[in-house]
Design a binder for this molecule. Structure first.
Ligand SMILES: CC(=O)[C@@H](O)[C@H](O)C[C@H](N)C(=O)O
Ligand SMILES: O=CC(=O)COP(=O)(O)O
Length: 265
């Protein structure tokens, strides 16, 4: 479902077909956790470090544009909270038109494949891709494998989730990481869409960069990595290291070294 407009806008949220996206929509899910209170400084840091785009809910848009150093902007269109009745039950928070009015270059939508809410979320994602196609605005589907009895790192389940995203017309898909490059290759090969990964809760710098290296070695197209970057004590440095792997094909050690991060942690 790629149009000229969609392709042009995809180029605003990535570089040469690879993506370093920093989602900061966790303020609804988790509250104003570390890195999100002064979100302006975090956005400034990660975009100086090499992030191609940042991602928020529509209400945060006024705090984004002056701080993103000319990089891309994605508006996320559904949400839930960790303190609500069911975190997997993401509900719509905005429309494609609202995202465009907020200055978005793309929209994103989260679907929990395997959850009780999957049927509704398939319908909603399909409606989002149809609406986005009217405006030539790309859709990043956040297609997680999450539900009762579903292993969220199982390559088969992740491959199914990314394929679903392509089948309903997304332009780019984010999913979880299966743990190693070899198993993640099955996920990447399950779709023709560019596949990027979520980071999950923050690990050590080496763990973060090795995960990014694994995705690229598997043929993936980068990251949509939130907490590992925005909760880092130096978001600019870790964004630079991630970008070094995604955009310059650096080894883990070189990415850590060239971004001024310690090699041993
Ligand atoms: C907090 C989480 O478990 C994340 O995986 C979120 O689901 C990702 C998303 N950005 C969100 O906060 O909703
Ligand atoms: O929108 C959320 C994500 O894309 C992933 O966030 P995480 O903190 O890297 O899991």
């Amino acid at each position: 479902m790629t149009t000229t407009g969609t392709q042009a806008r995809l180029e605003r949220i990535g570089t040469d077909g690879n993506y370093v996206i920093v989602p900061m929509d966790h303020g609804i899910t988790l509250g104003a956790v570390q890195g999100l209170k002064d979100i302006e400084s975090t956005i400034d840091g990660v975009t100086r470090g090499g992030a191609d785009a940042v991602l928020t809910q529509k209400g945060i848009a006024p705090r984004v544009h002056d701080h993103k150093n000319g990089q891309g902007y994605i508006v996320h269109l559904n949400a839930s909270t960790t303190i609500g009745p069911d975190e997997r039950d993401k509900r719509m928070t905005g429309t494609v038109e609202e995202a465009i009015r907020a200055g978005a270059d793309a929209v994103s939508f989260h679907i929990n494949v395997g959850s009780d809410h999957e049927p509704d979320q398939i319908t909603q994602l399909s409606e989002v891709t149809a609406a986005a196609d009217q405006f030539g605005i790309p859709v990043l589907a956040m297609a997680y494998a999450r539900g009762p009895g579903v292993d969220s790192e199982d390559p088969e389940a992740l491959g199914h989730a990314v394929r679903l995203a392509e089948e309903v017309g997304a332009d780019l898909v984010k999913t979880g990481y299966s743990g190693d490059a070899e198993s993640f290759q099955h996920v990447v090969e399950s779709t023709r869409l560019p596949v990027v990964i979520a980071g999950g809760s923050k690990g050590t710098d080496r763990e973060t960069i090795e995960m990014v290296r694994g995705v690229m070695d598997a043929g993936g197209s980068g990251v949509s990595m939130g907490r590992s970057i925005f909760q880092h004590e130096d978001p600019e440095a870790i964004a630079r290291a991630v970008s070094g792997v995604v955009h310059e094909d650096l080894s883990t050690d070189d990415a850590l070294r060239e971004s001024g991060l310690a090699l041993e942690v």
